[in-house]
Design a protein around this ligand. Structure first.
Ligand SMILES: [Zn+2]
Length: 335
């Protein structure tokens, strides 16, 4: 079913304040992953090698084990992660710069944007195409092979370029509330399909851990396999790790129809002011975007359907007491 795109929430491909170091427009295709028979079983990547598999910053790009019969990193790419190949000019943008930045990709038809990590050089000039995208990136942007794309890199794009992976939303009507800027989309492998469940709740969490350790845990496919849609740092920076359309593993028993928001804090911290402002702005957008009622915002332990057997989360984020009332009062005052 075609999605209607809201002009208001579609963001421009803005790289303001940053110097553009790469810009290309043209046709795209997809590449990488176990099913890409266009790659040989041993084919590698121009920008990554096997030593990157154990780096938590990059491991999300790859499947936990090589697909049977393959040895190269090309087929081991996780097709759901967001990556891209272009014919980069290494004199203009070094390999090291490319590995550590994110390109901004736009579908000019629907104005959807997403950030993705450069992983390879290509496609061959003879294809007539300018870029190869991961199948997951193509899906996020609503692109099919030989559709047009715009790709931009700026010298500050790894930290400053805005993204809006859910720009336009899937819900037809225009959302009058803008989505707060997402500092970075860092894909967590720990997600699954909502199986048609409608988003009807927002669940608020306390990380009881640092930002870095939270992101590392959420990127680990082999540990507790937990995740959340959003992680809000104490300075107000919002990171997205699971697309809203997908089910994250944040509140056992209530994941299918909820959005999970983590707040970086220790078990005894209240929410920081900047963090509170970002959280409230994000919640307001979510309520409007998915037509969620204000009474459907919960602290983890108090969520209807929660079957995890008790948790101290959300701790003291909302006041000195770990109570449902503290969360309700906070929502009444801030959202
Ligand atoms: Zn929690």
């Amino acid at each position: 079913m075609a999605r209607k795109v809201s002009k208001r929430t579609a963001t421009r491909l803005a790289v303001t304040n940053n110097r553009a170091v790469f810009h290309v427009e043209g046709k795209m295709s997809t590449f990488g992953g176990p099913n890409d028979s266009g790659l040989t079983p041993s084919e590698g990547l121009a920008l990554f090698n096997k030593s990157d598999l154990s780096d938590p910053k990059f491991s999300y790009l790859f499947l936990p084990a090589p697909p049977p019969g393959t040895t190269g990193l090309g087929r081991r790419l996780n097709p759901d992660s967001l990556y891209i190949a272009c014919r980069w000019d290494y004199h203009q943008t070094s390999k090291d710069f490319l590995r550590n930045t994110l390109a901004l990709i736009q579908n000019p038809q629907n104005k959807k944007n997403a950030q993705a990590r450069p992983v390879d050089w290509g496609p061959n000039l003879s294809t007539g195409r300018v870029a190869d995208l991961s199948p997951g990136l193509a899906a996020v942007l609503g692109l099919d092979t030989d559709d047009d794309v715009i790709i931009a890199l700026s010298d500050g794009s790894s930290t400053q370029a805005p993204i809006a992976t859910d720009a336009g939303g899937g819900h037809g009507s225009a959302n009058p509330i803008p989505k707060p800027t997402i500092k970075q989309f860092i894909q967590s492998p720990n997600h699954s399909s909502r199986n048609g469940a409608k988003i009807s709740m927002v669940v608020l969490h306390c990380t009881e851990a640092s930002l870095a350790s939270t992101i590392k845990t959420f990127q680990d496919p082999g540990g507790r396999q937990v995740s959340a849609h959003y992680v809000i740092d104490r300075n107000g920076d919002i990171y997205q790790m699971v697309r809203d359309d997908d089910r994250a593993n944040h509140c056992k028993g209530a994941n299918a129809n909820s959005i999970g928001i983590e707040h970086v804090a220790s078990a005894k911290d209240a929410m920081a002011d900047a963090q509170k402002n970002s959280s409230a702005a994000l919640i307001r957008w979510l309520l409007a975007q998915y037509e969620i009622s204000r009474s459907s915002i919960y602290g983890h332990a108090f969520t209807p359907g929660y079957s995890g057997g008790g948790t101290s989360c959300p701790d003291k984020l909302f006041g000195p007491d770990h109570t449902e009332q503290a969360v309700l009062d906070w929502v009444a005052q801030n959202v």
